[in-house]
Ligand binder design. Structure first.
Ligand SMILES: Nc1ccn([C@@H]2O[C@H](COP(=O)(O)OP(=O)(O)OP(=O)(O)O)[C@@H](O)[C@H]2O)c(=O)n1
Ligand SMILES: O=C(CO)[C@H](O)[C@H](O)COP(=O)(O)O
Length: 411
């Protein structure tokens, strides 16, 4: 990505109460796959190397909550600032920290360009951040826009249609937005109380008080703001979908196990990216570490032993050491391959209890363990069994259901 030659920092307003979403917890602290929404927005900013400081503005009663989120998820370059009673007042408080150098913990450099991004828009990518920053450098202000979904109409005092706007001429203003710091700060300093209490558009303030016509940049559909409960469900689905794009199949050296791994690989690869490792874990630490850092959150461990405690524990330890299960739950499917001549069910109650206990233990580390039994015999319809195992695998990694951990599914 093109390097940015300006000092850039970001302000994330997160001081609202989420009235439209309802519920006791403000939406920015609601959990998505176990992690608060605000942490996703912070992560989206912190992974952009050219953003120096990230100011998160929260209401006074949530300062400690926010600090503990930063601590728990290891967020870097973040300063927490006390918010105001409206979004504009919160943003202004965030900007003041740079202008007045109020922060008690460390010195914050006033940036040339400041990004403003709602903490409840979790899916912002580096590409759009770069576009609005470059446009702000040139034009003084810039913001992401989207086509309108519905036509905007004005109603008269009698509640009847007064007029309607030509939809093609108008756009929905989204976030992120970016500004030359001096422009947006001057605009906020000149704002009236009415602007601060009722305004909803930062780009408008730059126009009204600094005569700056913001450049409008076409954004992607997932920049939308989590506002209603259904938006939380939508956001969770998007996250689950992106987590289920890749799977790593780990097999040991035995021929039958390698073969089952290969067949599963073939069956899964039309649906997801599959990485296969067919050597013992102990000899393959660095390869696995590469897979972790490649952001793989799904593992399928195929074994013909009753319960491969050592190998699985080793994988769990490695996962724990990496950052992977900290940000997202990891799915670990223990595949038991039944290749014994005895076609009776080969896992006893004792084994099932062991798996359940193990699953409950590692859930505390944000690793979701499930069991999958594959019957593997000449007289069994092999391809059918493998297809069924692949379908169950996909269902488990797409659903990531914490209630089903420790359960044994039979392909
Ligand atoms: N006093 C406020 C109000 C809002 N915000 C933040 O501004 C962003 C966008 O605002 P909105 O979606 O309206 O959030 P809420 O005000 O929390 O929602 P609602 O209007 O439904 O109460 C959110 O990240 C919100 O936390 C803020 O920092 N300070
Ligand atoms: O889109 C935006 C700016 O253009 C803001 O996110 C939006 O205006 C916030 O408004 P509200 O707090 O009323 O949802």
């Amino acid at each position: 990505m093109e390097p940015v030659s300006a000092a850039v920092s970001a302000v994330l307003p997160a001081g609202g109460s989420g009235e439209r979403l309802g519920g006791a917890t403000p939406k920015q602290f609601c959990g998505l796959q176990g992690r608060p929404l605000v942490s996703y927005a912070v992560r989206a900013m912190e992974r952009v190397s050219w953003i120096s400081d990230i100011i998160v503005v929260v209401s006074p009663e949530n300062i400690e909550t926010m600090k503990s989120i930063i601590e728990k998820y290891g967020h870097k370059r973040v300063t927490v600032v006390k918010g105001g009673i409206t979004r504009h007042r919160s943003i202004f408080n965030g900007l003041k920290v740079f202008a007045e150098n109020q922060s008690s913990n460390r010195l914050l450099q006033k940036p040339e360009v400041v990004i403003i991004h709602d903490a409840v828009r979790p899916f912002v990518e580096e590409d759009i951040l770069l576009k609005v920053v470059m446009a702000a450098k040139e034009h003084g202000a810039a913001g992401a826009i989207r086509p309108l979904v519905s036509t905007v109409i004005a109603s008269g005092e009698d509640g009847c249609l007064d007029h309607s706007l030509e939809r093609a001429r108008y756009r929905a203003s989204e976030m992120p937005q970016a500004f030359l710091f001096d422009i947006i700060y001057q605009a906020y300093q000149q704002c009236t109380d009415h602007d601060l209490d009722y305004g909803t558009e930062c780009l408008h303030l730059a126009l009204k008080y600094c005569k700056t016509n913001a450049k409008l940049v076409e954004g992607t559909a997932d920049l939308w703001k989590v506002t209603y409960k259904r938006d939380l469900y939508a956001a969770e689905s998007i996250i689950k979908d992106s987590l289920s794009q890749q799977i790593c199949i780990i097999t040991d050296v035995k021929e039958a196990v390698v073969q089952a791994g290969f067949l599963l690989h073939e069956s899964l690869k039309n649906q997801v990216k599959v990485e296969a490792i067919s050597i013992s874990l102990s000899k393959n630490d660095s390869h696995l570490q590469n897979i972790f850092s490649g952001e793989c959150y799904n593992f399928l461990c195929i074994n013909d032993k009753e319960y491969a405690t050592e190998e699985i524990q080793k994988l769990v330890d490695m996962l724990e050491k990496s950052n992977v299960p900290l940000l997202y739950p990891v799915v670990l499917i223990l595949v038991h391959l039944n290749i014994s001549e005895n076609i009776s069910f080969s896992i006893g109650l004792e084994e099932l209890t062991k798996i359940k206990k193990f699953a409950r233990e590692v859930k505390k580390k944000n690793i979701l363990v499930y069991g999958l039994l594959i019957q593997y015999k000449d007289h069994f319809p092999l391809q059918e069994t493998v297809n069924s195992a692949a379908a169950l695998t996909m269902a488990l990694i797409k659903d990531r259901n914490p209630e089903l951990i420790g359960q044994l599914l039979v392909a």
